[in-house]
Design a protein around this ligand. Structure first.
Ligand SMILES: Nc1ncnc2c1ncn2[C@@H]1O[C@H](COP(=O)(O)OP(=O)(O)OP(=O)(O)O)[C@@H](O)[C@H]1O
Ligand SMILES: [Mg+2]
Length: 233
């Protein structure tokens, strides 16, 4: 097996994913290979149903490939036992889901704290770190509000803060600007870009939003599950 260069934090080799079996099966991702480096802000663009969320879930160890392999740092995560995957997700991946996906009954602070608790940071330490993460995304003054009392941009900041719990080297974001107006979408994108450029994380983001593509270091296009040749490196 070839070893991964130190800068490459996520590698997909000939990854395909088929949902279901027989005549009703859908091949959502077809033969995708990518080497993604630390410190980069990378976009994945493509029409609805083209396989973006599926690809992100394969990267985040939320789905297993049908064929091919996923490596995170030098670990072949697609070959790991199911029981090992929570450890990989906890330590390596921060995931921002399509939609805000916050717990509606918990305040902003409690939403972030709950994720920290799951990652093993509990009690006073968890609370202090949750405050710290919300301050970093500019939400210090709104941390005791419930999601329903926050604007779309504020909710997405909570989702970003939550993805930063446990200090993961890889942030995967599924259309984090999709439900935001263009100014707020740009602000969120700038926060994500800074997490890549200033903190050396790999930030990989699904976007439909052509207004913010200038911020990306690299853009991949996907159609019908296949990466397109026009992808900008
Ligand atoms: N759990 C599932 N079972 C069966 N088919 C699925 C499942 N999830 C997704 N699909 C199908 O796989 C294809 C890719 O879906 P996916 O959600 O990855 O697309 P997407 O690019 O994220 O779309 P959108 O932009 O609408 O979010 C679609 O044809 C979809 O219907
Ligand atoms: Mg999707």
């Amino acid at each position: 097996m070839t070893s991964i260069a130190t800068k490459t934090v996520l590698r997909l080799a000939h990854v395909s994913k088929t949902y279901g079996e027989g005549e009703s099966s859908v091949e959502a991702v077809h033969d995708v290979s990518m080497d993604l480096d630390a410190g980069k802000f990378i976009f994945l663009m493509g029409p609805s149903g083209s396989g973006k969320t599926t690809l992100l879930m394969l990267m985040g160890c939320l789905l297993r490939p049908t064929t091919g392999s996923v490596h995170i740092f030098d670990e072949a995560v697609s070959s790991l036992a199911e029981s090992s995957l929570p450890r990989v997700r906890r330590s390596r991946i921060g995931y921002i889901f399509q939609g805000f996906n916050l717990f509606p009954a918990l305040t902003a602070l409690e939403n972030v704290e709950a994720t920290l608790n799951l990652k093993g940071c509990r009690g006073a330490e968890g609370r202090a770190e949750a405050r710290n993460l919300l301050e970093r995304v500019g939400l210090a003054k709104r941390m005791h509000h419930l999601p329903e009392d926050l604007s779309g941009g504020e909710k997405q900041r909570v989702a970003v803060a939550r993805a930063l719990a446990g200090n993961p080297p890889i942030i995967l974001a599924d259309e984090p600007t999709g439900m935001l107006d263009s100014k707020t979408g740009r602000l969120i994108s700038e926060i994500l870009r800074d997490l890549a450029h200033e903190e050396g994380r790999l930030v990989f983001m699904v976007s439909h939003d052509s207004r913010i593509t200038a911020l990306a270091d690299q853009i991949f296009n996907i159609e019908d599950g296949c990466l397109q040749d026009g992808s900008r490196q």
